[in-house]
Design a protein around this ligand. Structure first.
Ligand SMILES: C[S@@+](CC[C@H](N)C(=O)[O-])C[C@H]1O[C@@H](n2cnc3c(N)ncnc32)[C@H](O)[C@@H]1O
Length: 229
């Protein structure tokens, strides 16, 4: 658990969105373009697994963050059908390079199709295989400006350490699913949920990690942003 005193309860201003408000936000904050909409539709057609895709407003934010940071080199752990990678690669600009790690050939083949449609294929390199091994094989140098971690949650801490070791000072890691559908406030009720237990342990760990400065956004399923000091 964090050593800092827990925050006093105040009336929350962030909340889970109604469909109308969600549409309103997308219409006023750079919602998905035609390629992104087509990728969302194709992913939906895969069935319930589509819920792994990030929220479109999250994609807008991640593209924007990469731009305002002037990020040029980024790494993504967990690519699925490529939506988050598409957003990050756009934010990196034409000189940018994004390294994507995933184990699934079928989903990432789909991702590559849509990266090509978006004219981004030359900015993105895909490495297929267990992310732990791919990360361990990367040079131990601070080569990345931005990291996005969104793969198997049980290995989240390992991915965090491996990416942090390769992040430049001032660089940012984004941890996805930091709210895990709201269950993070009652992990004891779901002892069987290994992903939840791992997310809670990581959230608690990073908030007292002197190497990073955290900012928790209730966007999508919760984004924990960590700036490397
Ligand atoms: C939540 S999805 C990623 C969603 C993606 N960021 C998006 O916006 O659509 C998680 C991904 O992690 C991948 N994954 C699971 N275990 C992995 C592992 N050990 N190494 C690499 N990737 C893994 C899965 O194949 C899946 O595509």
């Amino acid at each position: 658990m964090p050593e800092t005193p827990s925050t006093q309860p105040v009336q929350p201003k962030s909340f889970f969105l109604s469909p109308d408000l969600h549409t309103y936000i997308l219409n006023h904050g750079g919602g998905p373009d035609q390629v992104q909409q087509a990728l969302m539709a194709a992913t939906q057609a895969l069935g319930p697994v589509a819920r792994m895709q990030i929220a479109p407003e999250q994609g807008v934010f991640m593209e924007w963050l990469a731009q305002v940071m002037g990020a040029r080199r980024a790494i993504e752990v967990g690519t699925f059908t490529g939506y988050s990678a598409l957003c990050l690669a756009r934010g990196l600009g034409p000189q940018g390079r994004l390294l994507c790690l995933d184990v699934n050939e079928q989903w990432t083949r789909m991702a590559q199709t849509y990266w090509r449609k978006a004219g981004l294929a030359d900015r993105i390199t895909l490495r297929l295989g267990p992310a732990a091994a791919t990360l361990a094989a990367l040079p131990q140098e601070p080569g990345f400006d931005l990291g996005f971690i969104d793969a198997d949650k049980e290995n989240g801490r390992l991915y965090y350490e491996e990416v942090l070791a390769r992040l430049r000072p001032g660089g940012v890691i984004i941890l996805d699913n930091a709210l895990w559908g709201g269950k993070v406030v009652e992990p004891h009720r779901h002892p069987e949920d290994a992903s939840l237990q791992a997310i809670c342990a990581l959230n608690d760990g990073v908030v007292t990690d002197a190497r990073v400065q955290p900012a928790f956004l209730p966007l999508g399923d919760g984004l924990l942003l960590l700036r490397k000091r």
